[in-house]
Design a protein around this ligand. Structure first.
Ligand code: ADP
Ligand code: MG
Length: 238
């Protein structure tokens, strides 16, 4: 069974149609990467999957269930954004546990989840620090930790590394690959970075102006791009 399915999904803002009929199957435990130029609709697609935008037409299924009108908190997803606003007055531990506390999960269970996530992300020595006492990479790990503690079926990442410097980006890319392996979870990941797409993806979705241009494994797209546009993104001239 697939994890996330889109069928004929469309989105309009007023009279402007920005997603023009997208079909996509994301398999369980698959790492799918969306690439495409700025404004092509990557974030809007993720936000529709997350339930942060309504779907104008078509169907969204997560785990085999129709989710078009389901509340974001009941979709089994967690999203990590480019700008990972942590609560400045809360410690790392409190930031990571906040969603669970909000959901009225019992304290020992929150501690258990936070400790497990902290271990995966090597955040254990930092649990009592405040966000201002962390580096950019450490803050982004906390943002990922907040998503992990919710134990989602599907992780959505919207350009999570684009605010980090080049060296840290490479480091975090390796961390995210390891995370995917360790958690055995489905990830849909938006990036501008061709290397990120090539190294992380099981499957790359190339978007252009609200439509899917091509879907394939990284080397398929690299060796056999459908057209010049895809070649321009994946880097092998046709
Ligand atoms: P990407 O993430 O690929 O850069 P977006 O999904 O953010 O693209 O945006 C796709 C298009 O939808 C853009 O033209 C953008 O201006 C438009 N758009 C996004 N959100 C809104 C909104 N809330 N209202 C109106 N237009 C929007
Ligand atoms: Mg975007």
């Amino acid at each position: 069974m697939s994890s996330v399915t889109l069928r004929g999904v469309r989105k309009s803002f007023g009279s402007l149609e920005v997603i023009k009929g997208v079909d996509l199957e994301v398999g369980k435990k698959e790492f799918v990467v969306f690439v495409g130029p700025s404004g092509c609709g990557k974030s809007t697609l993720l936000r529709m999957i997350a339930g942060l935008e309504t779907i104008s037409a078509g169907d969204l299924e997560i785990g085999g269930q129709r989710m078009n009108d389901v509340d974001p908190s009941r979709r089994g997803i967690a999203m990590v954004f480019q700008t990972y606003a942590l609560y400045p007055h809360m410690t790392v531990r409190e930031n990571m546990g906040f969603a669970l506390r909000f959901a009225k999960v019992a304290k020992p269970e929150i501690d258990r989840q936070v400790n497990a996530a902290a271990k995966i992300l090597a955040l254990e020595p930092l649990l009592d620090r405040l966000p201002k006492q962390l580096s950019g990479g450490q803050r982004q790990r906390v943002a990922i930790g907040r998503a992990i503690v919710r134990n989602p079926e599907v992780f959505l990442f919207d350009e999570p590394l684009s605010n980090l410097d080049a060296e840290l980006r490479v480091h975090m890319r390796i961390e995210i690959a390891r995370l995917h392996k360790e958690l055995q979870t489905t990830i849909i990941y938006v990036t501008h970075d061709q290397v990120e797409a090539m190294t992380l993806a099981d499957k790359i979705v190339v978007l252009r102006d609200g439509l899917v241009e091509q879907i394939g494994r990284p080397l398929e797209l690299y060796d056999d791009p459908a057209n010049q546009f895809v070649a321009g993104f994946i880097g092998s001239p046709k």
